[in-house]
Design a protein around this ligand. Structure first.
Ligand SMILES: [Zn+2]
Length: 143
């Protein structure tokens, strides 16, 4: 399994569930953390702290919302070549696993980046896409 590097990011379907777990329950500290959860099995996909706004020039619309305990989360509506629209957020990191398919460079929503579908590490259902800069995608295709 390839690990995401700093320049990689994950585009996650915003229809995921969100759960707030008090860290006080786990650590005794007063802070709390929200998590993005797989809508299919409830597995922890990413911490709210990994949400990172990456704007796509292909976005049909966008707005900022408070989600996963984070203010100003960019929620974008994107359309694939089949005409299917998705509301998505971006994150750097998480447990999403890039599929075994090769990096795709056509129909990318982020110029200069290749993409592949990513799946939940527990139930293997697609939960989004991972994007990698073109310069490093080819080298990482050997993973
Ligand atoms: Zn799942």
């Amino acid at each position: 399994m390839c690990r995401l590097n700093f320049s990689s990011f994950v585009l996650i379907l915003v229809a995921l569930l969100s759960e707030r777990r008090s860290s006080a329950e786990r650590t005794g500290l007063p802070e709390s953390t929200d998590f993005l959860l797989c809508r299919h099995c409830g597995f922890n996909v990413a911490a709210g702290s990994t949400v990172s706004n990456v704007r796509s020039p292909a976005a049909l619309s966008s707005l900022n919302q408070t989600l996963f305990g984070v203010e100003g989360v960019l929620v974008q509506t994107l359309r694939n070549p089949l005409g299917i629209e998705f509301e998505v957020v971006t994150a750097r990191g998480g447990t999403c696993i890039g599929s075994a398919q090769t990096w795709q460079t056509e129909h990318t929503w982020f110029p200069g980046h290749a993409w592949k579908a990513c799946t939940c590490s527990r139930c293997s259902r697609q939960i989004g896409w991972v994007f990698e800069p073109l310069q490093t995608a080819e080298a990482r295709s050997l993973c």
